[in-house]
Design a protein around this ligand. Structure first.
Ligand code: HXC
Length: 520
């Protein structure tokens, strides 16, 4: 054998030894797959190409030299569902997956390649944060990663998958990406861990209580998806990718369907209760109109008064934003506004049309919301809808009152097609509030105020809070039979396929001397 080839093989053997059985057992005992197994599970078989597998660590100080090939992270590219994706997978067995300078440079390299080639990036995170021994070099490494996260934002999809600890610097890269997955039981995320909490605040708290998957899926809204183990988490990542384009120039993958575009769903006529105060689950409507009833819900346990997610109509990927009357009567509060706004921005960046299913009595009133900033958070939703240039369709199912009418993709802020069901109530405010303001004197003087109120409520619904006035004035394009909702959506999506809108920009005109200066 030629000498040059012997050295080549010796390196390969040394790398294989690094990932021996003991190594795997350590990780399996923690209930996790190894960094390499995760990569193998994520990518289509035999397609992953690793780069920089042999880069040695640069950690030599503080008596804690690290001797490992690859510096604790596997990086490269391959295919997922037949499409190219770049990825990195941190190895908790090398210094707790902490980020040394070589580790960072490897991640940065795949980020740059992904951006150059217009491919998504998936980060599998299992890390104790900045590598303490490497000091500022590791902090600079994080800075480089964050910078690329920001430059790639809205250009290529970025997905973070938390499969162990994500502490310190390890949390901010995920926060800058589009979606965060967490594996329940084995993962947690916090900026400062329980030890620091104890030192600074003298409070005892477990890692799970501080930043476990359920905390982030329900309370903080940091996690978009939670699965019970590594395999299911990675299956979830593949599922999400199947809905996303590779970059902001391409369209999301079309998937031909045998679900007929003109499928009539008569049950939709009875899904919205007659009683306007009765709740229902808007997901039952979503499942009846999408291709084969499929709907990938995002952040389902956070701010559940609004539902967001991805589905297909006639094969075309569409983002859905729906008020959920089953939770807080579907009112808009700060968390639901921000949740939906972020999703709309994502759809807008990646050429994904937005369907809005509206049943909202208004913004949530009260000092709590006002003092915490419902004005600025609610404005984010208004801004996101108005700014989005992708096709925007609304179906008003029931309530559409006041500011919430405007915000939920009304015609005035740029809705392309606005439909309403006959159950729609579109007005400045709900009947109760309107009557209390307009008829307070008459009600106070009435012999039978209850009867008068009942009569006025019926009159208000008949004359004001219905979809027909909005339709006649052109604010609603058509009042439709609920059973044909799917057909209408598919038709207008097709008609909007080539929609093109330029947002107004102010460009200073260069004065070539045609005008005299003002001082002459
Ligand atoms: C170097 C680290 C490390 C780190 C863990 N290790 N974190 N080495 N730098 N940041 C090493 C440990 O010394 C240990 O080495 C091995 O990884 C496994 O760690 P254990 O503590 O034994 O494991 P476990 O009990 O599971 O605890 C995991 C952990 C804990 C929760 C992640 O290690 C921890 O709290 N680490 C520090 C987390 C942190 O505060 N990071 C913030 C850094 S500051 P041996 O040799 O014993 O196996 C930061 C600033 C950036 O990131 C800010 C940007 C905005």
């Amino acid at each position: 054998m030629r000498k040059s080839f012997e050295k080549f093989l010796a390196r390969q053997e040394a790398l294989a030894r690094q990932y021996g059985e003991a190594y795997e057992e350590k990780q399996h005992n923690r209930g996790k797959l190894t960094a390499r197994e995760r990569i193998e599970f994520l990518f289509d078989e035999g397609t992953f190409e690793e780069v920089d597998a042999y880069s040695p660590s640069a950690t030599t100080s503080f008596g804690k030299t690290v001797r490992s090939y690859g510096d604790g992270v596997i990086t490269g590219f391959g295919n997922i569902n037949g499409r190219q994706v770049f990825a990195y997978s941190q190895d908790f067995n090398v210094q707790g997956g902490s980020l040394g300078s070589v580790h960072a440079a490897k991640i940065i390299k795949v980020q740059d390649m992904a951006l150059k080639t217009g491919s998504p990036v998936v980060g599998l995170i299992d890390s104790g944060g900045a590598r303490i021994q490497e000091g500022v070099a590791s902090l600079a490494g994080y800075a480089g990663i964050f910078r690329r996260n920001v430059l790639a934002s809205g250009v290529i999809p970025q997905i973070s998958v938390i499969m162990g600890p994500a502490a310190g610097g390890a949390v901010y890269s995920p926060a800058l990406t589009d979606f965060i997955f967490m594996t329940a039981a084995t993962s947690y995320m916090f900026v400062t861990g329980p030890n620091v909490v104890k030192q600074v605040l003298n409070e005892t708290i477990s890692p799970e209580e501080l930043g476990g998957a359920s905390v982030h899926a329900v309370k903080s809204g940091v996690a978009d998806f939670v699965f019970n183990d590594d395999e299911n988490t990675l299956r979830g990542v593949k599922m999400l990718l199947s809905y996303l384009p590779s970059n902001n120039i391409e369209n999301a993958p079309y998937l031909a369907t045998d679900d007929p575009a003109d499928r009539i769903e008569e049950s939709l006529r009875d899904l919205v209760p007659e009683d306007p105060d009765k709740p229902y689950d808007v997901r039952n409507i979503i499942r009846l109109i999408t291709d084969k009833g499929k709907f990938l819900e995002i952040a389902e346990n956070y701010a559940p008064n609004i539902i967001i997610g991805l589905a297909r109509f006639g094969g075309y990927v569409t983002g859905i934003v729906a008020n959920q009357p089953q939770v807080m009567a579907g009112t808009l509060d700060m968390n639901s506004s921000v949740k939906a706004a972020r999703f709309i921005n994502f759809c807008d960046s990646f050429n994904i049309p937005i369907l809005t299913l509206e049943d909202v009595p208004g913004f949530l009133p009260g000092a709590d919301q006002e003092h915490a900033g419902i004005i600025r958070h609610g404005a984010k939703l208004l801004y996101a809808y108005t700014r989005a240039t992708v096709p925007k369709i609304t179906v008003v199912l029931r309530k559409s009152y006041g500011g919430a009418y405007i915000v939920m993709n009304s015609k005035g802020i740029g809705g392309d097609y606005n439909f309403a069901w006959p159950t729609a109530e579109i007005a400045v405010m709900g009947p109760e509030g309107a009557i209390a303001i307009l008829y307070h004197k008459e009600l106070a003087a009435a012999e039978d105020p209850v009867a008068l109120k009942k009569e006025l409520l019926a009159q208000y619904r008949e004359e004001v809070a219905n979809p027909y006035i909005a339709n006649e004035k052109g604010f609603i394009d058509e009042v439709i039979d609920p059973s044909v909702t799917r057909l209408k959506i598919i038709r207008v999506l097709k008609s909007l396929e080539k929609k093109s809108v330029s947002l107004g920009i102010w460009a200073p005109q260069i004065n070539l001397g045609m005008q005299k200066p003002w001082f002459t």
